[in-house]
Design a protein. Structure first.
Length: 322
């Protein structure tokens, strides 16, 4: 077992483990620690506790000291200097004519390094910019390209729910989000409705995914043939996942068809058609024709095509939050 404390360096940022040594450190305090970037000022969000050795990345760095009032004041001064650093950096970017958007500037606690975070559509040759900035700030300069999710996490904002964005309030790591989650939750495949401020699929789609997967596992698929508890046979016409009800087109004694609603427990499945077939069976069932139909459907549905493009960008950028 290893004794650790959990430290964050930005709001809703990743939690890093450090050894408290023999210091009495509690959650809510600020500490000075040494990281790969240099000496940093962090906030303790997990008090001293013991964890298994497997959950700790060795070697475990030690806390240098509990932050003093002088350290707190220095940290405030560093944050105050960042606005001026951003202003100067924007001027230099314009001077060099670079296609990049500056998002944030960040001093390390010891001022040995100044980091600039930016977004860009592709690779940017900023070597001359780094030299120019180093001559102005007289310290090590690091430019780091980030994705639009990280940009939104840094800037913050309000989501369509009216609350602060998940990524900037509590989400320390980005989770994979896919179009399938929206389909499982019976959401409209409209980019404006299931995309966040960052333009990517909303992170909150993941929040209820496990519940929807469990609820969907208890329901038939649309098109399945079922037998009802009152003796009728029919085809599933619609489902309500949250209410666990199913609409079935049944054939009456006079051969007329009627749509009736049943609870999931009132149905007996006759033959289930799987939505997602995997392995060899899936390849045989789909074939080239299936892929061709999928492409045609994407061409006919611009919203779905746009969502698929967003999903590809997500996979390309990765999901690592700052």
């Amino acid at each position: 077992m290893a004794k650790i404390i959990g430290v964050r360096f930005r709001r809703a940022g990743k939690i890093y483990y450090f050894s408290p040594r023999d210091l009495e450190i509690t959650a809510g305090q600020n500490v000075i620690v040494e990281t790969v970037r240099g000496v940093e000022y962090g906030h303790v969000c997990i008090g001293a506790r013991e964890v298994s050795d497997e959950s700790v990345v060795q070697p475990l760095k030690e806390v240098l000291r509990v932050a003093t009032p002088e350290d707190d004041e220095r940290e405030e001064q560093n944050r105050a200097k960042e606005d001026e650093a951003k202003r100067i950096c924007r001027e230099k970017i314009a001077k060099h004519g670079l296609e990049m958007k500056l998002v944030a500037a960040e001093y390390t606690f010891d001022n040995n390094k100044l980091l600039f975070y930016f977004t860009a559509d592709g690779r940017v040759d900023f070597r001359e910019l780094v030299k120019d900035l180093a001559s102005v700030f007289k310290t090590r300069i690091e430019l780091r390209q980030i994705g639009v999710r990280d940009e939104t996490k840094i800037r913050g904002g309000i989501g369509i729910c009216g609350r602060g964005l998940c990524c900037s309030t509590y989400l320390s790591d980005f989770v994979p989000v896919s179009i399938r989650m929206a389909k499982d939750q019976n959401l409209s495949l409209n980019t404006t409705k299931i995309s966040g401020v960052c333009g990517r699929l909303m992170c909150c789609l993941k929040n209820e995914q496990e519940t929807y997967e469990w609820l969907n596992s208890k329901l038939p698929n649309i098109g399945d043939r079922v037998t009802t508890d009152d003796g009728f046979r029919g085809e599933v016409n619609g489902i309500n996942v949250l209410r666990q009800t199913v609409k079935v087109v049944v054939t009456l004694d006079n051969d007329e068809k009627e749509i009736r609603e049943y609870g999931a427990s009132q149905l007996r499945l006759k033959s289930r058609r799987r939505k997602d077939r995997k392995g060899k069976d899936g390849q045989k069932a789909g074939g080239d024709k299936g892929g061709q139909k999928g492409n045609e459907k994407a061409m006919q549905d611009p919203d779905l095509a746009a969502l698929e493009e967003i999903e590809k960008k997500d996979q390309k950028e990765g999901k690592t939050a700052l």
